[in-house]
Design a protein around this ligand. Sequence first.
Ligand SMILES: Cc1cc2nc3c(=O)[nH]c(=O)nc-3n(C[C@H](O)[C@H](O)[C@H](O)COP(=O)(O)OP(=O)(O)OC[C@H]3O[C@@H](n4cnc5c(N)ncnc54)[C@H](O)[C@@H]3O)c2cc1C
Length: 546
Amino acid sequence: MFSTLLRPKMKQHASTFRFDLLVIGGGITGAGIALDAVTRGMSVLLVDMQDFAEGTSSRSTKLIHGGLRYLKQMELKIVSETGRERKVVYENAPHVTEPERMLLPFHKGGTFGPFMTSAGLAVYDRLAGVGKAERRAMLSPEETLRLEPLLKQDGLLGGGHYVEYRTDDARLTLEVLKKAAEKGALCLNHCRAEELIYDAEGRVAGAQIRDRLDGSRFRADADHVINAAGPWVDEVRGLDAIDNDKHLKLSKGVHIVISQSRFPLRQAVYFDSPDGRMIFAIPRDGKAYVGTTDTFYDGDPEGVAATEDDVDYLLEAANGMFPEIGLTRRDVESTWAGVRPLIHEEGKDPSEISRRDEIWESESGLLTMAGGKLTGYRKMAQEAVDRIVRRSKDRTFGPCITKALRLSGGDFGDPAELELYIEGKANEAELYGLTREEGREIAAFYGTNADVVFRFAHAAGGGAGLSAAVRGRILYAIHGEMAATPADFLVRRTGWMFFDADRVRAEGKKVTEYMAELLFLNQGEKARMLQDLDQAISQTAGLQGG
Ligand SMILES: Cc1cc2nc3c(=O)[nH]c(=O)nc-3n(C[C@H](O)[C@H](O)[C@H](O)COP(=O)(O)OP(=O)(O)OC[C@H]3O[C@@H](n4cnc5c(N)ncnc54)[C@H](O)[C@@H]3O)c2cc1C
């Protein structure tokens, strides 16, 4: 059950059944917990008040990484754990995780010198359990420039070349949720937990839920409730009758997207900004994105967006390290902004606060999990569900099995099979009326679910200004990935809003009309959808004209 058309049935089921576990929040943390719990034999309901991954989990730097910056802060446990976990993510979902070598240039007077970089990356490789073939290489200035000719040459002393993994954060979250749903978890997006429910002993025992799409309400009963609401965990804890003193500090991070025609970046680079913070510049899908900022934020996380100051800061950093490109606000095609849910530490700057995860329990039994990284989601989930298992003295649940559990679309014996698979699908695509290139793109994007998208594309055919491939993707997003709004599709299901803004401008309205038809919406509902589309476009738009 992971189809938008089945929402009424899912809500009915959610309101008549008592679950072992209710998860509040469908970002990567909640998704991981739902998958871990359901595969140990628990009945699970997960709700998200927005779309899945619409919070921080679609707004990260999109790296499954070992967190080199934590080495500088001597957070060795995070480096070691995230470094090892990224391999697990890669093995279980190679279609959303791609090894990508990162270049760390060092300049005279910069944060890292040749010695520090070499020693640091060697420790990093060791802690993260990096295989021999992937270990860091130290480069001369000439070799560094050969990899990335746009780099600032003045004072360049060389570079370190080390392995990271690129991901699509929202797609990763969706693949975890789809697997959880396949295993029997009930996952509902656009459904907000508004009130907590307690049993006679004052233990939390469920929540009142409101569907934000149609305004309907239902009650969800559960033996255990976990708050995985990311930047909103304090808000959900505010619903709890009994509170404790731990709280979050929110930090905002922004990214900007620039066309490769203006910023022909060849190689992912991790570099010093003028104020000494480290910034990423990463090539992707004909674009380059640059981020991130790190500033305290106390506004509403739902409305977080890039400001002119954020964009200027990143442009200055990019122009400093890549002096020939001369970027201006006009070059920024799109932006995204996210909020890091950090555990408050008195007197520390945003960049200094630890990214570690924590789980804690209120006196009512409400569990809360926050902090952490995309990369460590599986371990975090294991820790949370272990705790629930320990609390369930009268029930027996299985051990954690997610380390070797393929995510949805990731059914490969070995990640190395992916390339052959994509070529095979390119050959097959023509049988479904698609081009080889469309077949290749669909296979690379959806992994072993590509066949379903092919079949949808074939059944839909082209029409109303959209190709069969796009219509197939929309059908799959609605029937197989719970997309309910144009932004669900254009932001979280495809990433086009960030990386293909021209396509969104050209096809966004047609996508909306096709979705409205498939979802049987009336004129009023369709008009609201078009409004939502405009709002999503303006939230992610670049700041052109400066
Ligand atoms: C700028 C930036 C860059 C980052 N880069 C990286 C990176 O490259 N690699 C990495 O590993 N990590 C990175 N991170 C960290 C990572 O993105 C986060 O740790 C992670 O996404 C947090 O996920 P989450 O599920 O806890 O929170 P979220 O993704 O925010 O999910 C919480 C969900 O709870 C829902 N919710 C809230 N209240 C309710 C309610 N009452 N009822 C129902 N649902 C509710 C929200 O709608 C939301 O979808 C980055 C973070 C930021 C901000």
